[in-house]
Design a protein around this ligand. Structure first.
Ligand code: HEC
Ligand code: HEC
Ligand code: HEC
Length: 249
């Protein structure tokens, strides 16, 4: 069910929509639909047909593989039999994925699961590897790198859901203004996040989650005021970011 969204959510229909890794069907989100992001933000072969490709469960689930690759090496088996990583994953996925601490940047190669298919330096390095992301604005074509630069560290699960199968919001984004049945809560509940150390942990979907979205932008059109608290706890826009995310765990 997580992997099978309604057809109306393919492509970039605007506003918020479901997101998914393309196991059952492609996303319809080409690099152009994704705000003219760089194809090079995807590692081969995932850069060949962005928007129309599909993948297998076993591209993520299986025996541990070398950094930046989903291909088993040597005599390691193909198929999701077992792994030294949690959840039979081919790489590590935890609250540290992304990496770095203040003034000590993360390094590549890095066995984070995401970086077997998504270019590490595009997403977790403050220079962004010269690539554009769909998380961008008219002024800055890579707001992943911008956040890695400002915060001086980067954790994918601050903003992205911990089970990256398919999700109720666009781009597998968590939204702590709108937490519901998936966390055992009723309706659309706002989680209180008012200072640096506040994070939301509720398995299986929320792992050190931070992000609050007020308005979902179309790819390439994000602005500061899209983010913050809907009830003004800790503010909105840049003020909110400084208040709750100057040095997050
Ligand atoms: C993009 C990578 C990716 C793909 C593709 C993927 N998974 Fe997962 N899966 C994960 C990750 C990461 C977790 C660990 C979630 C966590 O940390 O709680 C996970 C967790 C699971 C779990 C544990 C229960 C849960 O939901 O937390 C099951 C079962 C599972 N996956 C089955 C599948 C099946 C079946 C498919 C194909 C239909 C699939 N996965 C495809 C990344 C992936
Ligand atoms: C085995 C390869 C693989 C791994 C591992 C992987 N991804 Fe992906 N990811 C893809 C592919 C392929 C797409 C779809 C691109 C397209 O539209 O064709 C994608 C799309 C996405 C999207 C956009 C989803 C949408 O609905 O448009 C996000 C966000 C994302 N990945 C985040 C992650 C994160 C975070 C991780 C680590 C937990 C991860 N991915 C791990 C291959 C992977
Ligand atoms: C500060 C919040 C934030 C953090 C932290 C974050 N992302 Fe994102 N990410 C976003 C947003 C917002 C989008 C949606 C862009 C759009 O509208 O298409 C996105 C989109 C993506 C996509 C879809 C392709 C693209 O470039 O738009 C991938 C892949 C992705 N993120 C991977 C990652 C990985 C890997 C990490 C950890 C190294 C990470 N993100 C950390 C906010 C974040």
């Amino acid at each position: 069910m997580e992997f099978q969204p309604p057809l109306v959510d393919r492509g970039e229909p605007g506003g918020n929509h479901r997101s998914w890794h393309p196991v059952i069907d492609s996303t319809g989100r080409t690099t152009v639909e994704r705000g003219n992001m760089s194809t090079a933000a995807f590692i081969a072969p995932w850069n060949n047909a962005v928007g129309s490709q599909t993948m297998y469960c076993s591209d993520c689930h299986g025996s541990n593989t070398a950094p930046n690759s989903v291909v088993p090496s040597g005599t390691r088996p193909w198929g999701p039999h077992g792994s030294e990583n949690n959840f039979i994953l081919k790489g590590q996925w935890n609250a540290a994925t992304g990496g770095g601490t203040r003034d000590v940047p993360a390094t590549d190669p890095n066995n984070g699961l995401c970086f077997k298919c998504h270019d590490f330096r595009t997403y977790a390095d403050r220079n962004g590897n010269g690539n554009a992301s769909g998380f961008s604005s008219v002024d800055d074509n890579n707001l992943h790198a911008f956040h890695a630069d400002r915060i001086e560290s980067m954790r994918c699960s601050w903003c992205h859901v911990a089970v990256p199968h398919g999700w109720k919001n666009k781009a597998l984004l968590v939204n702590l203004n709108d937490v519901g049945a998936e966390a055992g809560l009723i309706g659309s509940t706002e989680i209180s996040i008012t200072q640096d150390n506040d994070v939301y942990n509720q398995g299986p979907y929320y792992l050190n989650a931070k992000l609050k979205v007020i308005t979902f932008a179309t790819s390439g059109n994000w602005i500061e005021t899209n983010c913050g608290s809907t009830s003004n706890q800790g503010g909105t826009g840049r003020d909110w970011m400084r208040n709750v995310c100057t040095n997050p765990p």
